[in-house]
Design a protein around this ligand. Structure first.
Ligand SMILES: [Zn+2]
Length: 131
C-alpha cells in the first residue's frame, strides 16, 4: 500500500509551505462554514480543498514551485511580523521591554531586579523603572 502510494506520488509535486497553509486555511474556512451554516463558505472551502489536492498531485513541478515562491514572497512581511511577535511573547517571560522616553529606542531589561536605573545606550538618557 505504502509502496503503491510512493509510486503514485513519484514525479508529483507534493506539499510545500503554500500547500500546508492552504490546507489550514481550508480547514478554518470549512469550520467557519459549518459554524455560520453558510452554503457559500462551505462551497468555497471545497474549492480550496480541490485546489490543494490538485497542487499536491500535480506533475507540473516547475509551475507549482513558482506559485510557492510567489506566495512566500507576498507573505514575507507578514511572516516576519508573526515571527517577531512570537519572539516578543517568548521574551516577555524573562524580560521587560521599555522605550526610552527621549528617543523611543527599545531597551530590553531582565525581569525581577527591582527598581533600577536604566541608561539608554543610544542617547544616554537615564530613567528609573521597575524590572
Ligand atoms: Zn534614548
Amino acid at each position: 500500500m505504502r509502496e503503491k502510494f510512493m509510486r503514485f506520488m513519484y514525479g508529483r509535486y507534493g506539499v510545500d509551505a503554500f500547500g500546508k497553509e492552504l490546507l489550514i486555511f481550508t480547514i478554518v474556512l470549512l469550520l467557519l462554514g459549518r459554524w455560520t451554516r453558510s452554503e457559500f463558505l462551505s462551497m468555497l472551502s471545497w474549492a480550496f480543498l480541490f485546489y490543494s489536492y490538485f497542487r499536491m498531485f500535480s506533475k507540473n513541478i516547475y509551475k507549482r514551485s513558482a506559485e510557492n515562491q510567489l506566495y512566500l514572497k507576498k507573505t514575507y512581511k507578514l511572516r516576519c511580523w508573526l515571527a517577531r511577535q512570537k519572539n516578543m511573547m517568548a521574551q516577555r517571560k524573562t524580560h521587560h521591554i521599555y522605550k526610552c522616553p527621549t528617543c523611543r529606542q527599545k531597551i530590553r531589561i531582565p525581569r525581577g531586579k527591582g527598581r533600577i536605573e536604566i541608561r539608554c545606550p543610544k542617547c544616554n538618557t537615564t530613567f528609573i523603572k521597575k524590572s
